[in-house]
Design a protein around this ligand. Sequence first.
Ligand code: MG
Length: 396
Amino acid sequence: MAATLRHRLPEDQMPFAALIVAAGRGHRAGGGIPKQFRDLGGKPLLQRTVRAFLDHPQLAQLAVVIHPDDTALYAAALQGVADARLLPAVQGGAERQDSVRAGLEALAGTDPEIVLIHDAARPFTPPEVIDRVLAGVAETGAAFPALPIVDALWRVEDGLVRHAEDRSALWRAQTPQGFRFGLILAAHRSAAGAAPDDVAIARAAGHDVRVVMGDGNNFKITLAEDFDRARRLMGDRMDIRTGNGFDVHAFGEGDHVVLCGVRIPHPRGLKGHSDADVAMHALTDAIFGALAEGDIGRWFPPSDMQWKGAQSEIFLAKAMERAADRGFRVNHLDCTIICETPKIGPHAADMTDQIARITGLSPDRISIKATTSERLGFTGRGEGIAALATATLVAE
Ligand code: MG
């Protein structure tokens, strides 16, 4: 039999619209504002959910249904998400069903073939689950992800176990629930009463609905402990980096040295292009190292005369700015100063305060310590000061 050439996309690879329902009040999770706008690891929960769909290559358009009181929260939650597929927010109704209906009516103008209706509070939907729902819709016209129940189920009455329930045919529903668009719009328009979800509405209109395999991480954030679970899940994916820095400056003419921004009287100064703050240079290089962005020399070339005599805090401030621009938070800084003189101990607290002022870190995340080299080597002979540092950065 000759192979058939496809002139159209297979149905399970057709573009789809997504409708994210974010109109709930969601106070069971605590926090004062509806849960979908709360922070989850540095981004609003809703933004994470929206991005999970925008990241799918077949997504053609996406609309979010919100409560009329949440216009400002919505704008803040999606600030910086610039994507032409994101349609203006749709105002929802009193019940979830009303909100979905409003969203479907809003999408009707864009004439989608397939729509996936999703809870705003499920931010971790894997692309494979979306793919399975799309394949189920292609086959049956309606499909949703669910998980089989693995725990034993017992019927309980008055606190006493009565009998075991057969769990083999029971599934736990998730979203996105996917439908041919015309099918679910017509089903909503003709729905007679309240239904728990869109699967129920499709079934009430006489349609078969296929179950596809869900995913354990595609859980709904409902209670405060679900936020903890979500943070732990993201912690597994956390981008944590360490960088090291090392610097040496030789003693020369002068009556003081500057270490971590603190001026310390000393019979000899340190030679250098800037203020020769060897400790702050090591800290700065550690941050640039964690970012894999070279060292101070790349950002502030010694050949550039404008840095002559500069206060080294501008270097450290620049490294902090680069970390923030790259989406990293500096979590901890540790610096060891190696010299016979001056004595560092009496100044360590002042140095910590200076680094805290420049970086915005709390002092308990800054470690400044010192050692001698037991009179060995160039530091032992009092020819100069060395410093090494470690920076720990965490992606936001
Ligand atoms: Mg230096």
